[in-house]
Design a protein around this ligand. Structure first.
Ligand code: S3P
Length: 172
Protein backbone atom coordinates (compact mmCIF):
# COMPACT_ATOMS: atom_id res chain seq x y z
CA UNK A 1 0.00 0.00 0.00
CA UNK A 2 1.45 3.37 -0.90
CA UNK A 3 1.48 6.62 0.99
CA UNK A 4 -1.98 8.20 0.92
CA UNK A 5 -1.96 11.96 1.47
CA UNK A 6 -5.18 13.86 2.21
CA UNK A 7 -5.25 17.56 1.39
CA UNK A 8 -8.04 20.14 1.54
CA UNK A 9 -9.24 23.21 3.36
CA UNK A 10 -9.88 23.34 7.12
CA UNK A 11 -13.12 21.50 7.81
CA UNK A 12 -13.01 19.38 4.66
CA UNK A 13 -13.00 16.21 6.78
CA UNK A 14 -9.36 15.13 6.38
CA UNK A 15 -8.92 13.82 9.95
CA UNK A 16 -12.20 11.91 10.04
CA UNK A 17 -11.63 10.37 6.62
CA UNK A 18 -7.98 9.56 7.45
CA UNK A 19 -8.98 7.69 10.61
CA UNK A 20 -11.53 5.58 8.73
CA UNK A 21 -9.16 4.95 5.81
CA UNK A 22 -6.46 3.77 8.18
CA UNK A 23 -8.91 1.21 9.60
CA UNK A 24 -10.09 0.08 6.17
CA UNK A 25 -6.60 -0.23 4.71
CA UNK A 26 -5.02 -1.56 7.94
CA UNK A 27 -2.26 1.04 7.89
CA UNK A 28 -1.29 3.71 10.43
CA UNK A 29 -2.46 7.32 10.24
CA UNK A 30 -0.21 10.33 10.69
CA UNK A 31 -1.90 13.59 11.71
CA UNK A 32 0.58 16.27 10.68
CA UNK A 33 -0.91 18.82 13.07
CA UNK A 34 -0.35 16.44 16.00
CA UNK A 35 3.26 15.88 14.93
CA UNK A 36 3.78 19.65 14.73
CA UNK A 37 2.36 20.18 18.24
CA UNK A 38 4.57 17.36 19.55
CA UNK A 39 7.70 18.82 17.91
CA UNK A 40 6.92 22.33 19.19
CA UNK A 41 6.59 21.12 22.80
CA UNK A 42 3.51 23.32 23.10
CA UNK A 43 0.04 22.04 23.84
CA UNK A 44 -1.93 23.17 20.79
CA UNK A 45 -1.81 24.84 17.38
CA UNK A 46 -3.41 28.08 18.69
CA UNK A 47 -0.70 28.23 21.36
CA UNK A 48 2.05 27.87 18.70
CA UNK A 49 0.47 30.67 16.63
CA UNK A 50 0.10 32.91 19.70
CA UNK A 51 3.58 32.37 21.12
CA UNK A 52 5.65 32.23 17.92
CA UNK A 53 3.50 33.34 14.98
CA UNK A 54 2.54 31.64 11.74
CA UNK A 55 6.03 31.51 10.09
CA UNK A 56 7.35 29.39 13.00
CA UNK A 57 4.35 27.05 12.62
CA UNK A 58 4.99 26.81 8.85
CA UNK A 59 8.64 25.90 9.40
CA UNK A 60 7.62 23.05 11.71
CA UNK A 61 5.03 21.95 9.16
CA UNK A 62 7.74 21.80 6.48
CA UNK A 63 9.98 19.81 8.81
CA UNK A 64 7.22 17.26 9.37
CA UNK A 65 6.47 17.08 5.62
CA UNK A 66 10.16 16.40 4.94
CA UNK A 67 10.23 13.63 7.55
CA UNK A 68 7.37 11.89 5.73
CA UNK A 69 9.00 11.91 2.29
CA UNK A 70 10.15 8.30 2.18
CA UNK A 71 7.30 6.72 4.15
CA UNK A 72 4.90 4.16 2.71
CA UNK A 73 1.96 2.17 4.08
CA UNK A 74 0.57 5.24 5.79
CA UNK A 75 -2.36 7.64 5.58
CA UNK A 76 -1.28 11.25 6.12
CA UNK A 77 -3.78 13.91 7.16
CA UNK A 78 -2.27 17.31 6.39
CA UNK A 79 -3.15 20.78 7.67
CA UNK A 80 -5.07 22.95 5.21
CA UNK A 81 -2.12 25.27 4.60
CA UNK A 82 0.40 22.58 3.66
CA UNK A 83 0.05 23.46 -0.03
CA UNK A 84 1.45 26.95 0.70
CA UNK A 85 5.01 25.69 0.17
CA UNK A 86 5.65 23.57 -2.90
CA UNK A 87 8.55 21.79 -1.16
CA UNK A 88 6.00 20.34 1.32
CA UNK A 89 3.99 18.83 -1.49
CA UNK A 90 7.08 17.55 -3.29
CA UNK A 91 8.04 15.66 -0.13
CA UNK A 92 4.53 14.34 0.48
CA UNK A 93 4.02 13.25 -3.13
CA UNK A 94 7.45 11.63 -3.43
CA UNK A 95 7.99 7.85 -3.34
CA UNK A 96 4.63 7.20 -4.99
CA UNK A 97 2.50 9.29 -2.64
CA UNK A 98 -1.11 9.45 -3.82
CA UNK A 99 -2.44 12.93 -3.11
CA UNK A 100 -6.20 13.11 -2.55
CA UNK A 101 -8.00 16.45 -2.49
CA UNK A 102 -11.14 16.45 -0.32
CA UNK A 103 -13.04 19.23 -2.04
CA UNK A 104 -15.88 21.04 -0.26
CA UNK A 105 -17.72 24.30 -0.74
CA UNK A 106 -16.93 27.23 1.55
CA UNK A 107 -20.44 26.93 3.04
CA UNK A 108 -19.79 23.33 4.06
CA UNK A 109 -16.41 23.98 5.65
CA UNK A 110 -17.82 27.01 7.52
CA UNK A 111 -20.61 24.89 8.94
CA UNK A 112 -18.20 22.14 9.95
CA UNK A 113 -15.72 24.46 11.64
CA UNK A 114 -18.37 26.77 13.10
CA UNK A 115 -19.04 25.09 16.41
CA UNK A 116 -15.60 24.00 17.53
CA UNK A 117 -13.34 26.61 16.10
CA UNK A 118 -9.85 26.16 17.46
CA UNK A 119 -8.29 27.15 14.14
CA UNK A 120 -6.42 30.46 14.23
CA UNK A 121 -6.95 31.05 10.51
CA UNK A 122 -10.71 30.50 10.60
CA UNK A 123 -11.44 33.09 13.27
CA UNK A 124 -11.88 35.87 10.73
CA UNK A 125 -14.58 34.75 8.27
CA UNK A 126 -13.59 37.19 5.52
CA UNK A 127 -9.93 36.14 5.70
CA UNK A 128 -10.95 32.49 5.66
CA UNK A 129 -13.01 33.07 2.51
CA UNK A 130 -10.03 34.74 0.81
CA UNK A 131 -7.73 31.90 1.80
CA UNK A 132 -10.27 29.40 0.50
CA UNK A 133 -10.34 31.08 -2.92
CA UNK A 134 -6.56 31.48 -3.08
CA UNK A 135 -5.87 27.88 -2.13
CA UNK A 136 -8.45 26.13 -4.32
CA UNK A 137 -6.19 26.04 -7.43
CA UNK A 138 -3.23 24.82 -5.38
CA UNK A 139 -5.13 21.83 -4.00
CA UNK A 140 -6.29 21.01 -7.54
CA UNK A 141 -2.76 21.37 -8.88
CA UNK A 142 -1.27 18.82 -6.47
CA UNK A 143 -4.11 16.29 -6.40
CA UNK A 144 -3.95 13.02 -8.27
CA UNK A 145 -7.50 12.28 -7.11
CA UNK A 146 -10.22 14.84 -6.28
CA UNK A 147 -13.25 13.81 -4.24
CA UNK A 148 -16.28 16.04 -3.65
CA UNK A 149 -17.33 15.72 -0.03
CA UNK A 150 -20.46 17.87 0.29
CA UNK A 151 -23.51 15.96 1.60
CA UNK A 152 -21.69 12.63 1.69
CA UNK A 153 -21.08 10.20 4.51
CA UNK A 154 -17.60 9.19 5.63
CA UNK A 155 -18.30 5.58 4.61
CA UNK A 156 -19.34 6.62 1.14
CA UNK A 157 -16.27 8.85 0.73
CA UNK A 158 -13.90 6.15 1.95
CA UNK A 159 -15.42 3.53 -0.36
CA UNK A 160 -14.79 5.83 -3.33
CA UNK A 161 -11.26 6.64 -2.16
CA UNK A 162 -10.32 2.96 -1.72
CA UNK A 163 -11.62 2.09 -5.15
CA UNK A 164 -9.83 5.02 -6.81
CA UNK A 165 -6.56 4.26 -5.00
CA UNK A 166 -6.78 0.73 -6.36
CA UNK A 167 -7.28 1.93 -9.91
CA UNK A 168 -4.38 4.40 -9.62
CA UNK A 169 -1.98 1.85 -8.08
CA UNK A 170 -3.00 -1.13 -10.25
CA UNK A 171 -4.63 0.17 -13.43
CA UNK A 172 -6.63 -2.49 -15.35
C1 S3P B 1 -4.31 25.53 8.86
C2 S3P B 1 -5.08 24.41 9.04
C3 S3P B 1 -5.10 23.64 10.29
C4 S3P B 1 -3.78 23.82 11.04
C5 S3P B 1 -3.46 25.27 11.22
C6 S3P B 1 -3.34 26.02 9.89
C7 S3P B 1 -4.40 26.27 7.57
O1 S3P B 1 -5.31 22.26 10.02
O2 S3P B 1 -2.74 23.18 10.34
O3 S3P B 1 -4.48 25.83 12.02
O4 S3P B 1 -3.51 27.09 7.27
O5 S3P B 1 -5.37 26.00 6.83
P1 S3P B 1 -6.73 21.65 9.53
O6 S3P B 1 -6.80 21.82 8.06
O7 S3P B 1 -6.65 20.22 9.93
O8 S3P B 1 -7.79 22.41 10.25
Amino acid sequence: MPKVVLIGFMGSGKSTVAARLGELLHIPVCEMDEEIVRLSKHSSIPEIFEKHGEPFFRDLESKVARSLADKSDIVISTGGGVIGRSENMEHLASHGGIVIFLRSTFETVSQRTGEIDTRPLFRDGARARELFAARAPLYAQWASITIDTDDRTVSDLCAEIVSRIQSVSCPP
